[in-house]
Design a protein. Structure first.
Length: 451
């Protein structure tokens, strides 16, 4: 039975206010491995989620020879390698370096950039952000100051459709219809308009200005929203730096940035966990969703081989645990055959799949804090997703790591076993049922969302 309880507003995110830090940034990378319960973990930064086929093959080799064999996608379009053996760090670094995945060892944890994955492929958006992506990554790796950024600091390059602009980036650059770029700091709302050619430089200057303000304030802020500053103070610092470098810029007074068409949020399920591009053929691209963000060696190999045959030989991993394959070299018949090939190995290639409405943290055995194997339980209760008026997110504990933004049902492993359910709507949480067995999830959800 559902408990009759009043709704309560969610507590503000720890990234929304100044946060004192009593330790250094321990965010894992390719060279700084994290000790997890299932072995060491490496997080490989892939700016914009972009990989060549050769780089994808190198990651598959690393997962097979050094880790658990699978590739785990993150909410920033990066790849995690799990189950790594002790002492494999040197071998991993050599493998990744040879594939061009470590352009600067001193910057490898700060290359956190999300970008509109369909940019330049579907005729939407106000401009192609790929040139910005290459230029920003090169500028980051050339900046000595940028080495001081936290592994959690995030850049977002939005082509104007508004998809990655809502991912809580520290620096957001959005293409505008007038050919310029709009710069946001800590929020997607712009504070400056800059010439498109100066957009990557403006993004880097904003990050360097943030670091300067961190030093001046004596804080240990990792994110822009943690700085104890007046709202316009960081923008003023960025303006001064742009002026000093002769960059074309002007204040933005237009309110919220315009969106070129409405962004996608998971195809036919507009509030789906998946978000991002819906699966299928979109313009000159193939789009797939990866259930729970985990790819087996076989699935990764099929995806890589499709990318190799599609023309540019490129993969774009999305922040919504999906993948986009630029398919400029495929006919309509070939594209359909490629999607069928990917569907045969368990990837989601069309609308209607319940996997588009289900997400989960890593759970057991990878996380010591998790109380349950949430991925296995989410898979066993997959059919129940259709009974929910909201997408479902499974968590092994109350931290709810990796949970999506927006409305959802949280399914959280309880201390004594089973799961506690709560619904998040409009920033308010409604506590609901407790279930002892995931097999009873459908009944509990029916009480949340009566017919």
């Amino acid at each position: 039975m559902l408990a009759a309880m009043s709704t309560a507003p969610l507590r503000p995110s720890p990234q929304a206010t100044a946060a004192p830090r009593d330790r250094g940034d321990a965010c894992p990378g390719s060279l700084r491995l994290h000790a997890a319960d299932d072995g060491a973990l490496a997080r490989v930064r892939l700016p914009g989620g972009v990989l060549t086929v050769r780089q994808a093959e190198a990651l598959a080799t690393a997962a097979r020879d050094l880790g658990d064999g699978d590739l785990h996608l993150t909410s920033r379009g990066n790849v995690q390698l799990r189950g790594l053996a002790d002492g494999c760090g040197a071998a991993l670094a050599a493998l990744l370096g040879a594939a061009g995945l470590l352009p600067s060892p001193g910057h490898e944890r700060v290359r956190n950039v999300v970008a509109s994955p369909l940019s330049g492929l579907d005729g939407r958006g106000a401009g192609d952000v790929r040139p910005w992506l290459s230029a920003l990554d090169a500028a980051l790796c050339a900046s000595e100051a940028a080495r001081g950024l936290s592994g959690r600091f995030l850049f977002a390059l939005d082509d104007g459709r508004g998809d990655v602009a809502g991912l809580d980036a520290d620096v957001t650059v959005r293409a505008a219809a007038d050919g310029r770029a709009l710069l946001g700091l800590g929020t997607p709302d712009p504070v400056l308009s800059v010439a498109s050619a100066d957009a990557p430089r403006a993004a880097l200057l904003a990050a360097e200005a943030f670091l300067h303000r961190v030093r001046e304030s004596g804080t240990k802020a990792w994110r822009v929203t943690e700085l104890p500053l007046a709202p316009d103070a960081l923008a003023d610092e960025v303006r001064r730096r742009l002026t000093a470098e002769g960059a074309d810029h002007e204040p933005w007074h237009g309110g919220a940035a315009p969106v070129d068409h409405e962004p996608w949020h998971g195809g036919p399920a507009p509030e789906g966990i998946a978000g991002g591009p819906p699966p299928g053929v979109i313009g000159s691209a193939l789009s797939v969703h990866i259930p729970l963000g985990r790819l087996s060696g076989l699935q990764w190999r099929e995806l890589t081989q499709v990318a190799a045959a599609a023309g540019p030989g490129e993969l774009r991993l999305t922040p919504w645990r999906g993948a986009v394959v630029p398919a400029l070299g495929l006919s309509g018949t070939d594209a359909a055959a490629a999607l069928a090939r990917l569907a045969a190995v368990g990837l989601v290639t069309g609308p209607g799949s319940p996997w588009l409405r289900v997400g989960a943290c890593v759970g057991r055995p990878g996380c010591a804090k998790s109380r349950a194997d949430v991925r296995a339980d989410a898979a066993s209760a997959l059919a129940a997703a259709g009974r929910s008026g909201l997408p479902l997110y499974w968590s092994g504990c109350e931290r709810r790591c990796g949970h999506p933004r927006g409305d959802r049902v949280d399914v959280v492993a309880a201390p004594g076993g089973g799961y506690d359910l709560s619904a998040v709507r409009g920033g308010h949480r409604t506590p609901g049922a407790s279930i002892a067995d995931p097999a009873h999830l459908a009944t509990a959800l029916a009480a949340f969302f009566p017919a």
